[in-house]
Design a protein around this ligand. Structure first.
Ligand code: ADP
Ligand code: MG
Length: 673
């Protein structure tokens, strides 16, 4: 359908869906030129992915106080692009035009009010442009959108403006200062160049362009209010502040006459410099660049290692959780360099996956430069580096835990759940892992280490007790813990989903096995506790146990296969009943998790424990002893108490109708009596 005609050229609009590309958005418009009867496309207009539009809106309307970071973001992208090409050229040298000297050039045009950031890096194809500058695919911006969603959900009035400050939103941050952005780019190895244009208001267009060599120019048309970014002095300061760590020269272009080109940064990769020459800000800015995170690093680990394997590591522990921490791939995010040449992002062979929250780089002196990403797997040299790095990280964490326990608690809150994966994955480092692990417990306020727990163990206590669940406060109230509390026996409160998996396979810590407080085997009789009436307790128990034998028998008959057993309880002091898993059976909380994830359909019958000291049980026991065994009240009580125990566990009542019928019947009898 022609939409306008203009001097022999016809413009057409085609319906949407004519292009196979992903995430193009609600509509796409293609404009064709007809010259000499041949129709060819000149320009395509796309609307941004919905999230990008939202993001651009936030960026454009936030009166962000550090607008200048747009330059950091564009320089960072230019440097990444050069790193990528340098790597590809290792195997395909022909990709590089000219002398192969990578450089980032800044050029201002005061008349046109533009600042251009150019690189001779890898460049982008047309499809790359659509996929990267039209959608949110990049790490920083995705994290930003996630945080924004979370903040909205919590109704935290943390403004969007603050959030941008924390994250940086990559390329899009340039719209804070731009009316319009033009990106001219040519992918290394391709002939065609492309021009991407957008005013950041919902649409962008792509058309063919000219560029003599590979690389990218990002031309930022500055808003009136942002003319300051045309001033060399301002640019100099920004580059020095945010981009000094960049490993290639960032050059401010002169005028070709009186003013010479000027390199603004140190232009040596930050990790290659001596520690004394690196300021905290340098470290911080490199962290922002390498991790795409904009918090401050919680810990910085920078070492140069000589020896069989010579390498430099500059690793960071973030102070907040990266958004992809719990993605199923559990991918490491370290960058590998060989002799300053970038090889790959997310090299999995450098640290175990339970340390995947670390960010940063490792630069090897010994690996061959032409190593392919595939060759990295099972590489013996890398395995050596991995072992040494892992040890180093453990040592640094241990030091922090000892010297700054409060700061360590923040770290543990962020990453403890990830580190604990190691306990069942990495047998070799089990002791290290258990050593740095911290736990909430029933008797300590903050976090406790296992060493501290063992020190506090009671005489006669031979196990480390734990209970698992979803919420620490809630599990701490479990009836199963009553006996432990009465004796002052500490119980660890394990509330991360991963806890279920390591705790059952961890083996003992300092010869003390881990035992669930909700299991048949948790036997407290030998523990010398704080319980005041401890001395005569045991005699009491003996008497009452005999008393409840007929009740137990009656309950077993009534409940049949619904329970695995009915037993008197060592662990109850206040509640009448509770459910426990028999020794060797699956923990109740684990079973519930597996059922939620549809990994398990059948529930294992549990052991119903009854508290012989409870008034209700006492009365029922008396009735059972006196009765003829066909008492319906005993049967109703058996079911009601079982249901009650299930409710306390957070389990649904098995048969709500029968439950209410029994409840009504028992209440009615109570009133009649
Ligand atoms: P990030 O850098 O976190 O990936 P950005 O929003 O800064 O996110 O950039 C998005 C993507 O656009 C980059 O991942 C890259 O693929 C592409 N890109 C941006 N600038 C350039 C450039 N100068 N050269 C090549 N590709 C670029
Ligand atoms: Mg970027």
């Amino acid at each position: 359908m022609p939409i306008s005609t203009d001097g022999g050229k016809s413009l057409f609009e085609l319906p949407s869906g004519t292009c196979a590309l992903r995430s193009i958005g609600p509509y796409q418009c293609r404009i064709f030129e007809k010259t000499n009867g041949v129709r060819h496309m000149t320009k395509e207009t796309f609307s941004f992915q919905a999230e990008v539009s939202k993001l651009l809106d936030i960026v454009a309307h936030s009166l962000y106080s550090h607008k200048e970071i747009f330059l950091r973001e564009l320089i960072s992208n230019a440097s990444d692009a050069c790193d990528k090409l340098r790597y590809e050229a290792l195997t395909t040298p022909a990709l590089i035009d000219g002398d192969g000297e990578f450089q980032i050039t800044l050029a201002v045009d005061k008349k046109a009010k533009t600042i251009a950031i150019s690189d001779n890096g890898i460049g982008m194809t047309r499809d790359d442009l659509v996929a990267t500058l039209g959608t949110i695919a990049s790490s920083g911006t995705q994290a930003f959108m996630d945080a924004l969603g979370a903040a909205k959900k919590d109704k935290k009035e943390k403004s969007e403006v603050d959030l941008i400050g924390q994250f940086g939103v990559g390329f899009y941050s340039a719209f804070m200062v731009a009316d319009n952005i033009e990106v001219t780019t040519r992918r290394a190895g391709e002939d065609k160049a492309w021009l991407w244009i957008s005013d950041g208001r919902g649409e962008f267009s792509i058309e063919e362009a000219d560029r003599s060599s590979h690389g990218t120019d990002v031309v930022v048309h500055l808003k009136k209010a942002d003319k300051e970014y045309l001033e060399p002095e301002r640019i100099r300061t920004i580059v020095k502040t945010y981009s000094d760590h960049v490993g290639l020269p960032v050059v401010l272009q002169g005028d070709g006459k009186d003013i010479a080109d000027e390199t603004l940064n140190t232009a040596s990769a930050v990790w290659t410099r001596a520690k004394k020459d690196i300021s905290e800000d340098d470290y911080k800015e490199f962290y922002h660049h390498v991790s795409h995170m904009f918090d401050d690093p919680w810990l910085t680990i920078h070492n140069r290692v000589e020896g069989v394997q010579a390498y430099t590591n500059l690793l960071y522990v973030p102070s907040s959780r990266p958004f992809d921490l719990f993605q199923p791939e559990r991918k490491s995010q370290l960058k590998l360099y060989v002799k300053r040449v970038y090889i790959t992002d997310n090299c999995d062979e450098l640290l175990p996956s339970y340390f995947r929250f670390l960010r940063g780089i490792v630069d090897s002196e010994d690996l061959p430069l032409n190593i392919s990403r595939e060759m990295l797997q099972h590489n013996p040299a890398l395995a050596k580096i991995k072992k040494a790095l892992t040890k180093r990280v453990f040592n640094e964490l241990k030091k922090k835990a000892e010297k700054a326990p409060e700061e360590y608690a923040t770290f543990w809150d962020n990453f403890g759940a990830v580190v604990k994966e190691g306990i069942y994955e990495d047998f070799e480092n089990r002791d290290n892992l258990l050593g740095i692990a911290r736990f909430r417990s029933t008797t300590s306020d903050g976090l406790t280490s296992l060493a501290e727990y063992v020190e506090r163990m009671k005489d006669g206590q031979d196990a480390i007790y734990y209970i698992t669940g979803e919420d620490a406060e809630q599990v701490a109230q479990s009836p199963q813990l009553e006996g432990f509390k009465a004796k002052g026996v500490e119980v660890l409160l394990l509330t991360d989903p991963v806890d279920e998996f390591w705790v059952s396979s961890a083996g003992p810590y300092e010869e003390k096995p881990f035992k669930s407080a909700t299991r048949g085997g948790a036997d407290l009789t030998n523990v010398a506790g704080d319980d005041k009436k401890d001395g005569d307790d045991n005699d009491d128990k003996k008497d009452t146990t005999e008393d409840v034998a007929p009740l137990i028998a009656a309950f077993k008959v009534a409940l049949g296969e619904k329970v695995k057993d009915v037993r008197t309880s060592e662990r109850l002091t206040d509640s009448a009943v509770c459910l426990v898993a028999d020794e060797g059976d699956m923990d109740i909380h684990l079973e519930r998790m597996l059922k939620q994830h549809k990994q398990l359909s059948e529930a294992t019958p549990r052991v119903l424990e009854i508290n012989p000291d409870h008034a209700l049980i006492g009365k029922l026991a008396k009735r059972a002893a006196d009765g003829d065994g066909k008492d319906t009240i005993i049967e109703d009580a058996a079911y009601l108490l079982l249901d009650q125990a299930r409710i306390v566990e957070g389990e649904p009542v098995a048969d709500p109708l029968a439950f209410s019928r029994r409840m009504a019947s028992v209440m009615e009898k109570g009133l009649a009596g």
